[in-house]
Design a protein around this ligand. Structure first.
Ligand code: GMT
Length: 388
């Protein structure tokens, strides 16, 4: 198949899944065309059947902002016509789903469209009043719609008037990239003292990630266990976190690492990962930790309980219950056997439920069904035209 993939290239779960999917499909012999503003952060190298089409900004003195949505639509039309794409897959509905719909309407060469809803595209950004009808319209116009957890599917049905069937295809992971084998004493040494335990948090440091709870929980943890907090990523909450850590007198026990594109080299060195998010359709970070055999302490919201299992792969708690979360981290960090068992359970679960190959196959079946449906609807349209 000739497949177009549209995604946000910046660090984040939706871009990561889109990229992994494209690479997986290419390995199965399909022709993959990424259509993005920049090279996706995890697309390290292009194979002969992986192509990257960059969306050029439209800048003109009349426009105060570059017209990304128009530029992307135009690029999808160009790539679809030139490379005869069978399907175009939009990751993150805003604005990608609408751009795909418009491109298909405009293009001489017809293709099926798939939208994968990743989370904040319907929970936070997508609920924005002016955007809401555009989002709902474009999701309904997609030939097929998928999302990443059962929670997210139910949420969409409860909050949007969606007439399409929504397939749940869980996110997935490359178990060879995220692996405990990458644990390295040389790398660990750069993060913490040998007698310090490492608590890690990875995010884009936004309100939804409940970053204050990370500092508050660590404050309690470090009073009981010699430890260090390692923060991977960056975002608008970083300054407030620094201020809070200074006020609590723990700033020198925290490493602010900034954006890291290859978290897989640092993550296996953590003793525990903490993710207290208020919303999380799935949580790739929790899955990455599990694959790396690192126990997680996370909130119990949204799709997280479909990924991590309380008492097995780590612990889950209410996002505002900092005392319980800190207690769980302390339990894990003070009991090597428990830490090891939970880490192994996490890796086994990641392997069994969220392995790459099965999910790539699921997406392929979805594309094939979309293609059939799309061809049928074109035939019906042509028949209707003739009979007029
Ligand atoms: O969490 C974010 O703010 C980023 C967002 C994204 O687009 O990368 O993450 C969402 O999609 C990921 C991949 O499907 C999920 O693992 C995250 O849970 C989801 N984030 C939220 O729902 C808040």
């Amino acid at each position: 198949m000739r497949i177009g993939i549209v995604c946000h290239p910046s660090i984040g779960g939706s871009g990561l899944i889109a990229t992994q999917l494209g690479i997986g499909l290419a390995r199965k012999g399909h022709d993959i065309h990424f259509i993005c503003r920049e090279r996706p952060f995890k697309l390290d190298k292009l194979e002969p059947n992986i192509h990257l089409h960059l969306v050029e900004e439209i800048n003109y003195p009349l426009f105060e902002h570059p017209l990304y949505t128009f530029a992307l639509t135009a690029k999808i039309v160009e790539v679809a016509q030139k490379h005869h794409l069978d399907v175009v897959h939009a990751h993150y509905s805003i604005p990608h789903s609408l751009c795909c719909f418009l491109a298909e309407e405009i293009s001489q060469y017809k293709f099926a469209t798939i939208t994968t809803i990743h989370g904040t595209d319907v929970t936070v950004v997508g609920q924005d009043r002016p955007l809401y009808p555009l989002n709902e319209f474009s999701i309904n116009k997609s030939t097929k719609v998928t999302t990443v957890s059962k929670f997210q599917r139910d949420y969409i049905h409860a909050n949007f008037n969606i007439t399409n069937h929504i397939d749940v295809i869980n996110n997935f992971i490359d178990m060879d990239v995220f692996t405990p084998h990458k644990k390295s004493s040389a790398v660990r040494q750069t993060l913490a003292e040998p007698d310090e335990k490492i608590l890690m948090h990875i995010s884009n440091f936004r309100e939804v990630k409940n970053t204050k709870a990370v500092i508050a929980a660590f404050h309690l943890v470090q009073s009981k266990i010699k430890s260090r907090l390692v923060l991977l990523g960056s975002g608008p909450d970083i300054d407030a976190m620094k201020e809070m850590a200074s006020d609590l007198g723990i700033i020198d026990k925290i490493n602010f690492m900034g954006n890291i594109t290859h978290v897989e080299s640092l993550l296996p060195n953590a003793d525990c990962v903490i993710q207290p998010s208020y919303h999380e359709s799935f949580s790739m970070v929790v899955l990455e930790a599990m694959a790396s055999a690192v126990p997680t302490v996370s909130s119990n919201v949204d799709g997280i309980p479909e990924v991590a299992i309380h008492g097995e792969t780590g612990y889950l708690a209410d996002p505002d219950d900092v005392v319980s979360m800190a207690g769980f981290v302390i339990d894990i960090m003070s009991n090597d056997k428990l830490q090891h068992r939970m880490g192994q359970n996490g890796r086994a679960r990641a392997m069994q439920k969220f392995s790459w190959d099965a999910k790539v196959e699921q997406y392929l079946s979805c594309y094939q069904a979309a293609l059939l449906e799309h061809r049928k609807s074109i035939l019906t349209l042509e028949k209707d035209k003739k009979s007029l």
